[in-house]
Every structure is written in structure tokens, then in C-alpha cells.
Ligand binder design. Structure first.
Ligand SMILES: Nc1ncnc2c1ncn2[C@@H]1O[C@H](COP(=O)(O)OP(=O)(O)OP(=O)(O)O)[C@@H](O)[C@H]1O
Length: 587
């Protein structure tokens, strides 16, 4: 079922859908405990009837069926038929019931916490396994919203669904006890419950609409705000941030409106049952006492039964209302999980990757949409050498690197590593042999060490220092008061553009890759620093294969091969088209 279809069906059905989704077996102990608690409480309340009769009259006369049950319990426990024994039974029942309730609360707390972390882990796992193209079309805010707000509210919806189940079980038990003690009182309560349910449908629908609006507005706000903050510096520098921030007020207004609706309908759904119960209780008491002539003790017990039954009916209604107003978060999270699952990368290759000879593109054609980006491209990246790709912006250089990493799949032609087609290669192992410096360097808000080691326990401080040295960064890092443990700020904002690039280069070198891909990796550096890095990379010739995508002359000068990409075709720098045969040239 799609997200919209689910949200179109009844909130009660959805509450059970939520419970089923996380394994009905999990609710078995809770349901059994609730049934037991219900019966014990029922027995306690039934004891009220003989208590009142005994208080009323020491010779109670003919006993009704519920009273007979209570007295047989007394006989079973070898207790006398006295007021004291009845009070003891009543108090014991209530204490046992309270103890069971405390245990069920513990159980609910544990299971809800489990579901919250299961939801979060599932969405994270699915996202981590999704193809790169999935991330290029979805706003980041969607994922942030999924792992934060939606996971928390998702667990809350599970909790409210459990409450629906618990209150329904209790209501059914009270119906049974009510029918046993006084069927007229029970019928009044059941009719009242059905009436409440019908009225509540209106609030449920309105609450669900408000919940959906709130979830969509929250997600929109997170996406837009994230975008604005990520690119805040130029906006602030041009003083154009205010118009953008004002644009966010559309979402904040929508959140405020939907929040108002949510609270309003929830309050109404809470207040109405109380009003109805009070009115009906007065009317029922009048009818029972004046018209039906029931005795006071039976009426008091029936009153307690009706009240308890109605309390559970209104708990069901409230829980349904709460489920309806927050379930949109849960189903949106499930939709993200499903979509990410469908977008999962499929790894078919098993061969161990090796790069001793060359990576080759053989008549490769690729398009993102209708328009081909690469047409019949052939090229060779020899192992242990430096290959440089040059060409106009948008000509397809980064796309070549992405295809080599298996981030996208070719439409036709093939890519090979030492002669083995890429689709036969274990892609995860291949990528772990790659050092990659992208065009837009984005550091994490942590220390320099964190940004290079990336949490890998196998990477030691000496490894990080070596990588920093190779990246021409050790000098400036050592000059910082905290050295490699200096914080870099949000997205590396406390470092210069060139320093950020060198940290990113150290990150790409630290695990001693076989292939180093540099996508405009030195564009922010001064010529001297760039020349130093070129020399370091050159010194590793033989061990390291380099694919440099650049407009910088330095990488063209030191390259063993240079390819120019022109509108999706690759030619050598002397102008000879190299498709479909492989060729290369030094400028
Ligand atoms: N994920 C994508 N989805 C759709 N089109 C894309 C995507 N990535 C790139 N393109 C398009 O593919 C073409 C080639 O992009 P690519 O990034 O490979 O160019 P490039 O040569 O590296 O450019 P630059 O030198 O500006 O980085 C461009 O027209 C670009 O708009």
C-alpha cells in the first residue's frame, strides 16, 4: 500500500497495521497481562456488590450470579462471608491489578524504546545501502526528518497503537463483566461508546489532516533551512539571506496552523467524552432509580462498571485520535524506508579488484536522462601513472570518475580493471582501494584527526601525520595550538579553502589507496603548494594510480597521459578523436 492509501484508511485499522508491522507476537505478553488485570479488576469491582449488600443488610437474602462468584472465591480461600473478608478481597484485587499495571508500563516503555531504535536503525541502514543517484534527487531534509522527528514520532505512534489495543481489551472485559452484573447498564455504556466512536470520526479525520500538514511542513522546513544554512556565507555577504529566511515563514506558518488544529481537535476529543459520560450517567441514574426501581447498591456497582467501561472507551478514542494525528510521520518514515530499499545498490560482482595494468573505458555511452553525457568513449588509465582529464565545464569529466567507481552504471560499452569488467568486480572492495577528493570539499564538524581517520580504529596518529605530510598540510596543522586535534568548525569553516582541500587530500591518502581521484582537488591552492603536492604524488609513481580532473596546468605538466573531454567525447590533446580506439597524448 502506498503512503496515501494507508492514510486514506481508518485510523483504527492503521493502529493494528502498525502493531502487525512490528510483530504481533511482541504484544502477546502485554495482551495476556491486560486480560489478567482486567479480570482481577473486574473481580474487585464485583466484590463491591456484596460489600454494599452486607453494609446495607447483614442478611442479604437471595444472591445474584456475580455475588455467588465472589462468595465462591471466599469459600475457595476459606474466608468467612463477612464484610472484612470482602474488603480484603477487594483491596487485594486492586493491589494485584496495580502491580500488573506497573509491570505492563515497564514493558510498554521497553518495547517503545526498542521500536524507536529499530525504526532509526532501519532507515539509516537502508539509506546507507541506497545508490548515489537516490541522494542526488532527494532533499537532505527528508533524510534528516526521517532519522530524527519521524523516528521519534513513529515510536510514539506505536505507543498510541498499543494504547488502542490495551484499552480495547479492557473495554471488552468490562463489557463482559457489565453484561454479567447488569446488562442494562452495560447496554447503555456500549451504545454510548458507539455514539462516541461515531462523533470521534470527525475529530480523527480533522486531526489526521492537521498531522499530515504538520509533517509535510516540518520536512519542508528542515530541507529549506538546511540548504540556507549550508550556503549561508555568500547569502549573508550579499545581505540576501533575509529574503530567503523570510521564505521559510511559509513553512513556520503552516506548522503553527497545523499545531493549532492538532491541539484543538485533541482537546475537543478529550473534553467531549467527559461531557457525554456525565450527562448520560445522570440520565441513566434517574431511569434506573426512578423508573426501573433498581436498588441503590446494584445501581452503585453498575455505575462503577459503566464509568470504568466508558473510561476505557474514551481512552480508545483518545488513542485513535492521537494515532491519527501523528501517524503521518510513521507512514512517511516507512515510505522513505521502502523507497531507499528499492533504490538499494545491487552488487553482483564477486571478483577481487586488482589494479596492476590499467582501468579501461571501452566505447562507453552514458546519460543521466534523455541526453547522453558520454558518447562512445574509450580511454585508458594506466596503473602507477598519472592520467589527467581536462575539458570544458559540464563536458562529463566527473561523470567518468563516477562511472569508474560504479556510482552510476554505463548504458553501453564496458569498463574494466586489469581486463575484468567492473560488473564482475566486488565494488565495495574496489571503492575501499580508492582515495577520492571531490570538487566541493565538505569537512565534518570535528577535529582534523576525526576528519582524516573518519572513525576507523585501524588509522593511527602516525598514519594521519604521514597523510598530512603527503597532502602538504603538516606545516600549517603543526602551527595550530591543538595540532591535529584542532577543531575545523562547521563544514570546516575555521580553515581556509586551501587548508580544507589539503585535509581532504590527506583523508584520501591516509588509507594508502591504489587509485587516487582528484576532482579539482588543488584549485584553491597557491602554485607553490600545488607544485609540492604534485611532487609528492609523482614520488609515489609506480605504487599509486592517479586520475586528476583539473583545469590547472600543473597536473597537465606532470601527467603521463592527458585526455580532453569535449561534449561527451574524449580526444587526445593533439585533437585526434580517440573513440572508439584507445589513444593518449602529452600536450
Ligand atoms: N546527477 C546528475 N543528474 C543529472 N545530470 C547530471 C548529474 N551530474 C551531472 N549531470 C550533468 O552531466 C553533465 C556532465 O557533468 P560533469 O559533472 O560530469 O561535468 P564536468 O566536466 O565534471 O564539469 P565541471 O568541470 O564543471 O565539474 C552536465 O551537463 C551536468 O549537468
Amino acid at each position: 500500500m502506498t503512503e496515501d492509501e494507508v492514510l486514506g484508511s481508518s485510523a483504527l485499522a492503521n493502529a493494528f497495521r502498525v502493531l502487525r508491522k512490528h510483530g504481533l507476537w511482541r504484544q502477546v505478553p502485554l495482551s495476556l497481562a491486560l486480560v489478567l488485570a482486567g479480570f482481577i479488576e473486574g473481580l474487585g469491582i464485583t466484590t463491591l456488590l456484596p460489600i454494599l449488600r452486607v453494609i446495607d443488610n447483614p442478611n442479604p437474602g437471595k444472591l445474584g450470579q456475580p455475588e455467588q462468584i465472589v462468595f465462591s472465591v471466599l469459600d475457595f480461600l476459606h474466608l468467612p462471608h463477612t464484610l472484612g473478608a470482602l474488603v480484603l478481597i477487594f483491596s487485594l484485587c486492586m493491589m494485584v491489578r496495580a502491580a500488573i499495571s506497573q509491570q505492563t508500563s515497564r514493558f510498554v516503555g521497553r518495547i517503545v524504546a526498542e521500536i524507536a531504535s529499530e525504526l532509526r536503525n532501519e532507515v539509516l541502514d537502508r539509506l546507507l545501502q541506497a545508490r548515489w543517484s537516490y541522494f542526488t534527487v532527494n532533499p537532505v531534509g527528508r533524510f534528516v526528518s526521517a532519522v530524527s522527528i519521524e523516528a521519534v514520532w513513529g515510536a510514539y505512534v506505536y505507543r498510541t497503537s498499543l494504547t488502542v489495543l490495551a484499552a480495547l481489551i479492557r473495554a471488552i472485559i468490562y463489557c463482559a463483566i457489565g453484561l454479567l452484573i447488569d446488562w442494562r447498564a452495560a447496554v447503555i455504556a456500549i451504545v454510548l461508546g458507539i455514539g462516541l466512536g461515531l462523533i470521534n470520526r470527525f475529530f480523527t479525520r480533522a486531526g489526521r489532516r492537521a498531522g499530515r500538514n504538520q509533517q509535510l511542513a516540518m520536512r519542508g522546513l528542515l530541507s529549506d533551512f538546511g540548504d540556507v544554512i549550508t550556503g549561508f556565507k555568500p547569502l549573508k555577504a550579499m545581505s540576501r539571506h533575509e529574503t530567503l529566511i523570510k521564505g521559510l515563514s511559509k513553512e513556520t506558518k503552516a506548522i503553527r496552523r497545523s499545531m493549532y488544529d492538532l491541539v484543538f481537535y485533541q482537546q475537543l476529543a478529550n473534553a467531549l467524552p467527559d461531557l457525554l459520560i456525565n450527562l448520560v450517567m445522570v440520565a441513566a441514574a434517574y431511569v434506573c432509580f426512578k423508573i426501573l426501581g433498581l436498588d441503590l447498591s446494584a445501581m452503585l456497582v453498575s455505575g462503577v462498571i459503566v464509568l470504568r467501561l466508558m473510561a476505557n472507551v474514551s481512552t480508545v478514542q483518545r488513542a485513535i485520535q492521537e494515532t491519527a494525528s501523528s501517524e503521518s510521520f510513521y507512514w512517511s518514515l516507512q515510505a522513505t524506508i521502502n523507497e531507499a530499499r528499492e533504490a538499494a545498490e545491487i552488487f553482483t560482482g564477486k571478483s577481487a579488484p586488482a589494479l596492476n595494468d590499467a582501468c579501461r573505458f571501452d566505447r562507453v555511452t552514458f546519460s543521466y536522462g534523455a541526453k547522453p553525457v558520454l558518447k562512445d568513449v574509450s580511454l585508458e588509465i594506466p596503473a602507477g601513472r598519472i592520467t589527467t582529464l581536462i575539458g570544458e565545464s559540464g563536458s562529463g569529466k566527473t561523470t567518468i570518475a563516477d562511472l569508474l567507481l560504479g556510482l552510476f552504471v554505463v548504458d553501453s560499452g564496458r569498463i574494466t580493471l586489469d581486463g575484468v569488467p567492473l560488473d564482475e568486480i566486488d565494488l565495495l572492495r574496489w571503492r575501499s582501494m580508492v582515495g577520492y577528493v571531490p570538487q566541493e570539499v565538505l569537512l565534518f564538524n570535528g577535529t582534523i584527526y576525526d576528519n582524516i581517520a573518519l572513525g576507523d580504529p585501524a588509522i593511527s596518529e602516525p598514519d594521519v601525520n604521514r597523510a598530512l605530510e603527503d597532502a602538504g598540510a603538516l606545516g600549517f596543522v603543526k602551527a595550530l595550538p591543538e595540532g591535529i586535534h584542532a577543531p575545523v568548525g562547521e563544514h570546516g569553516a575555521m580553515l581556509s579553502g586551501g587548508q580544507r582541500q589539503r585535509i581532504a587530500l590527506a583523508r584520501a591518502l591516509v588509507h594508502r589507496p591504489a587509485l587516487l581521484i582528484l576532482d579539482e582537488a588543488t584549485s584553491a591552492l597557491d602554485p607553490e603548494t600545488e607544485a609540492e603536492i604534485c611532487q609528492t604524488v609523482q614520488r609515489q609513481a609506480g605504487k599509486l594510480t592517479v586520475l586528476a580532473i583539473t583545469h590547472q596546468p600543473a597536473w597537465v605538466t606532470i601527467a603521463d597521459r592527458v585526455y580532453r573531454v569535449i561534449e561527451g567525447s574524449v580526444e587526445t590533446t593533439d585533437g585526434t578523436a580517440i573513440t572508439p580506439t584507445l589513444a593518449w597524448a602529452k600536450p
